[in-house]
Write a protein that binds this ligand. Structure first.
Ligand SMILES: NC(=O)C1=CN([C@@H]2O[C@H](COP(=O)(O)OP(=O)(O)OC[C@H]3O[C@@H](n4cnc5c(N)ncnc54)[C@H](OP(=O)(O)O)[C@@H]3O)[C@@H](O)[C@H]2O)C=CC1
Ligand SMILES: O=C(CO)COP(=O)(O)O
Length: 446
């Protein structure tokens, strides 16, 4: 059997020279990105961190990794270097694999397309998803799934949710005790399964975790300080992921609330679409703040119904990711919303984006689940009505504003019957007073 890792290594060495001198288009992109480099205080922090070895010095990586290795089941010969595989050659898989390689982990990025693997090894760059960003020269590339995961300690999955189950099925025959960590933020179409559910379904024996947080891939490639959360019931796995990815630019916090962390990452995509749409209507900061915090209320309400701890939504994977994705045009979900707000159809917006926007499917899943189970999710239902039932956005937004009286944080003061009866009185008064026809199906006191 060929060893694709060795092969790509020599490819890299052979082609590097060409890449630096001939690809004018990429040089242009790099110049453009360099122009956008952080400046001032941020630039100072980054420069200092680089000079001091990416901030891992104090952590004494080999000591941490020896400790991790001692604890991890079925861990093997060389405990001084964690061995990692990242599956998925999009922007996030690439950014995370690059972080790990830069930290000195033995890292292979698996990409399904052979030509893309060749191009990445040649240029040390992901031209399609992260053009202009040079990748660490220790990062290895492979399109051979078996070889990519062989002898690894941890396999990180960064494929879109629609490919998650299929990817697990494909690696199942080659597993020899590796742990699995999902980086995917979505729900399986039609089953409402989260990625951890799919892991338990397909690989019931495997030690697993999920990682999620405010991690816009391009900002990570620019060394902009960021943080994330690894959630797992396995402490050794949490430690291993922290040790593998931690640097002065990237902090990895820990949690054992897998459901909460995972739902934060999946649900915020719905609200990023809503916020992108609101931005297209030039709404004010008060409106954005209202939308953001009522989105958080929906997320935590839904999370609790699904078995999550509501406090998890106050962490990086909840409010942290919600804020990042709802504020930035780097978010693909936000961009989809913005295109919708400017009058495009959902199909045209998805086509124009040409990348993964998990929220498009998540809205449908959550709308259906919440309707079936009677979970109060007015923003999700409103968004569904605009996107999939062709309701007018303005009417839907006004309806949301006219929804009944509710408590602010329902885990502090429950939405009780006095609110419900007040709402009913108001509703009756407004029904008899006007004949507004811009309704949605929302019942605010369901
Ligand atoms: N980008 C980000 O900032 C972040 C993304 N995430 C999450 O990570 C996941 C992946 O997103 P991201 O990397 O951004 O996506 P991208 O759209 O950038 O890339 C998707 C990648 O998945 C590959 N792919 C698609 N279908 C399959 C399949 N059936 N088998 C194997 N590979 C496949 C694509 O290959 P091809 O090019 O050949 O189609 C491509 O390499 C999503 O769930 C996302 O929510 C999480 C945090 C941050
Ligand atoms: O999850 C992300 C940032 O944390 C990326 O968001 P998008 O998938 O909307 O680009």
């Amino acid at each position: 059997m060929t060893n694709p890792i060795q092969k790509t290594k020599s490819d890299k060495a052979g082609v590097e020279k060409k890449a630096t001198s001939t690809d004018a288009h990429i040089d242009e992109s790099i110049d453009k990105i360099n122009d956008e480099k952080p400046s001032g205080l941020l630039a100072g922090i980054i420069e200092r961190a680089i000079k001091t070895g990416l901030g891992r010095k104090k952590l004494n990586p080999s000591a941490v990794e020896v400790d991790v290795a001692k604890n991890m089941e079925k861990i093997h010969k060389s405990p001084t270097k964690l061995r990692l595989a990242f599956l998925g050659g999009g922007s996030f898989g690439t950014a995370m694999a690059n972080l790990a390689a830069r930290n000195g982990c033995d890292t292979t990025l698996w990409v399904r397309d052979k030509r893309t693997v060749k191009s990445m090894a040649k240029l040390q760059m992901n031209k399609k998803y992260l053009p202009g960003y040079k990748l660490d020269d220790r990062l290895k590339y492979s399109h051979d799934l078996e070889a990519a995961i062989k002898d690894k300690d941890i396999i990180f999955l960064a494929v879109p949710s629609l490919a998650f189950r299929e990817t697990l099925k494909n690696i199942a025959p080659f597993l020899t005790g590796q742990s699995v960590v999902s980086l995917t933020k979505g729900m399986e179409k039609d089953t409402f399964a989260l990625m951890s559910d799919i892991i338990k379904d397909e690989l019931p024996e495997v030690n697993f975790g999920v990682m999620s947080g405010p991690n816009l891939a391009v900002e990570i490639m620019k060394n902009m300080p960021s943080a994330t959360v690894i959630a797992s019931e396995s402490e050794p796995l949490r430690h291993a992921v922290q040790a593998a990815l931690h640097s002065a630019f990237f902090r990895v916090f820990a949690s054992d609330d897998i459901r909460g962390v995972e739902l934060g990452g999946a649900l915020k995509n719905i609200y990023a679409i809503a916020m992108g749409m609101a931005a297209a209507y030039d709404v004010g900061e008060n409106t954005k703040a209202m939308l953001l915090t009522r989105s958080l209320a929906e997320m935590s309400r839904f999370g609790v119904e699904a078995g999550a701890n509501p406090l998890t939504f106050l962490g990086l994977s909840g409010v942290g990711d919600l804020y990042a994705t709802c504020s930035s045009e780097l978010s693909r979900n936000y961009r989809i919303g913005n295109m919708l707000g400017r009058g495009m159809t959902i199909d045209a917006a998805v086509k124009k984006l040409g990348q993964t926007a998990e929220g498009v499917n998540t809205i449908q899943q959550v709308h259906e689940k919440a309707t079936k189970e009677g979970i109060y999710m007015p923003i999700t239902h409103a968004l569904y009505a605009v996107i999939y039932e062709d309701k007018a956005a303005l009417g839907v937004a006004l309806n949301l504003m006219e929804a009944g009286f509710r408590s602010d944080v329902e885990f502090v003061m429950a939405h009780d019957h006095s609110n419900a009866s007040l709402t009913a009185q108001m509703q009756a008064a407004s029904d008899s007073g006007d004949d507004d026809d811009s309704s949605t199906n929302d019942n605010p006191d369901k």
